[in-house]
Design a binder for this molecule. Structure first.
Ligand SMILES: Cc1cc2nc3c(=O)[nH]c(=O)nc-3n(C[C@H](O)[C@H](O)[C@H](O)COP(=O)(O)OP(=O)(O)OC[C@H]3O[C@@H](n4cnc5c(N)ncnc54)[C@H](O)[C@@H]3O)c2cc1C
Length: 477
């Protein structure tokens, strides 16, 4: 008899999966089933994984039997929301995927400003539902991204300075834990778990529902893109630094260097773009600030004006189709002086194709004022977050373009500060206590280990940037 490491024979595994299939209101797909190949696809085409089975949840009630089946069969569990995790955590080779992507309901209560979101919803689902009420939840910048993974890791985007990370706007979460418990986590109920969910990723359970507090957002918002040719990049970076020294919270800028999608009609050469979303009700102060930026760094071209929020939130979607190949790195830093500008402009000059890019998010504001200890998110002190990202199409570019991301990351190390944004990290699943300790700092890391001990001592939720439970940690913490 063919027995796996967990002592489950092939025959027993088939029986257990058959039992699971009958328990689901959704479906269970196995290799060879119609739809299996489509269902195994995740955003990052570099992770071409073949799970043993994919449980497509038809309702949140399907979460319980899938967790039981994973524990019972010993199959490694992957939990999928929007499937956009850059490290490929939304799937697993030979394991069991809990695919929540069909559960996309969003309910907005305009009186309480509370927005309740199912675990498979994308950013577009939330933006569409809230915009109708003149509201927004701070989210990321590509609308097909899943709310679940984005929130549990952080959530940086166009409202980070005005309103904080996505996880700063989380009010409560319904969680199914490894032992089958159903808990609510909020500041009042299970506050320690609530702390860990906000930055600790999917380490502690499956979130079956997220409740956010939405923010009033003018309709339309003021959006701006200032474009710079390569010969003006250093001046633009220096101007960005000056301009971001004393910005009001409502101004949310991101500086990017990339080749723009064809619909921008900006050619095949890379541009530096300073994009900004002004979250104030009155557009005039935002326009005055953009004038100041023009003074610090005169653009070669620009687009400034009112824009519908969902449109702004999806403007760059076409660059990042599902199946693109991605390897991402990030660096938190505060200095943007001549030396750092030389380094940034130096490696950015190698961005000469559609397929890699960099973003420099300006932080501070509401994000920076949130107490470091308030959530498990790793770092609040830095002025800037650099994201070095890939979105290329051909496997033959893998070596060259992953090397670009690694080299760019290495060149910024002398200026980097503690903390890494785990959602902007591609490549491998990390089960490295030392890396986790460095990311979170010793105190936070210890708190996360304590939570892991309490909520997932057997590490059922391992397909993430993993907090290893005591006993599985190599240094025995
Ligand atoms: C094109 C693109 C653009 C991006 N833009 C931004 C951006 O602007 N800002 C930003 O902050 N990030 C951004 N990201 C990063 C993004 O936040 C992460 O990749 C995130 O993990 C995606 O979440 P998901 O639900 O789509 O991922 P999935 O792959 O579905 O899930 C990721 C992981 O999250 C956990 N998880 C998912 N659902 C649940 C659940 N219900 N309960 C418990 N754990 C769960 C699991 O560990 C899972 O493996 C972007 C990524 C891509 C690919």
């Amino acid at each position: 008899m063919d027995i796996s490491e967990d002592g489950v024979s092939k025959e027993q595994l088939t029986q257990k999966l058959d039992r699971l299939r009958k328990q689901l209101s959704g479906s269970l797909l196995e290799p060879g089933d119609t739809g299996y190949d489509e269902a195994r696809r995740i955003w990052n085409g570099m992770h071409d994984l073949h799970p043993r089975a994919i449980a497509r949840a038809g309702s949140v009630a399907d979460i319980d039997p899938v967790l039981s089946a994973a524990a019972d069969t010993g199959l490694v569990l992957a939990v999928r929301g929007g499937g956009h995790n850059v490290a490929g955590h939304g799937s697993v080779e030979g394991g069991l995927v809990l695919d929540l992507s069909a559960l996309r309901g969003v309910t907005v209560d305009p009186d309480t400003l509370l927005v309740t979101v199912e675990p498979g919803a994308t950013l577009a689902d939330v933006d569409r539902a809230t915009a109708e009420h003149g509201l927004a939840v701070p989210l990321g910048v590509i609308s097909a991204t899943g709310v679940a993974g984005l929130t549990l890791g952080g959530g940086v985007g166009w409202l980070t300075r005005s309103n904080g990370l996505t996880l700063d706007n989380l009010v409560s979460a319904e969680v199914v834990t490894a032992d089958g418990g159903h808990l609510r986590a909020s500041e009042e109920e299970n506050p320690k778990l609530f702390w860990g969910l906000r930055g600790g990723g999917g380490n502690f359970g499956v979130v079956s529902s997220f409740t956010f507090r939405a923010r009033p957002l003018p309709h339309p918002v003021l959006g701006a893109n200032l474009f710079y040719l390569p010969e003006h990049w250093k001046q633009a970076l220096a101007g960005y630094e000056k301009w971001t020294r004393d910005l009001p919270d409502q101004m949310n800028p991101i500086l990017s260097i990339l080749v723009l999608p064809p619909e921008f009609e900006m050619g095949e050469a890379p541009w530096l773009i300073i994009g900004c979303a002004w979250a104030g009700a009155d557009h005039q102060p935002g326009l005055d600030l953009i004038n100041q930026l023009r003074h610090h760094a005169p653009p070669d071209q620009e687009e400034v004006g009112p824009v519908a929020w969902p449109e702004w939130q999806s403007a760059m979607d076409s660059l990042f189709p599902t199946g693109a190949r991605g390897y991402w790195k990030n660096v938190s830093f505060s200095r943007l002086d001549e030396q750092v500008i030389d380094v940034l402009a130096g490696f950015a000059s190698r961005v000469q194709w559609r397929g890699t890019g960099i973003d420099v998010h300006h932080l501070e504001g509401a994000f920076g004022r949130t107490a470091e200890e308030a959530t498990a998110y790793p770092s609040r002190a830095s002025r800037y977050l650099l994201n070095i990202y890939g979105f290329w199409a051909d496997a033959e570019d893998d070596v060259r373009l992953t090397a670009f991301a690694r080299e760019a990351h290495a060149s910024m190390q002398p200026f980097s500060e503690q903390g890494e944004y785990l959602n902007f990290l591609g490549g491998e699943t990390r089960q490295d206590p030392e890396a986790a300790r460095q990311t979170y700092g010793q105190d936070k890391y210890q708190r996360l280990i304590d939570l892991k001990r309490q909520y997932d001592p057997g590490n059922l939720f391992s397909r993430n940037h993993n907090i290893l439970p005591p006993g599985q940690d190599t240094d025995g913490l």
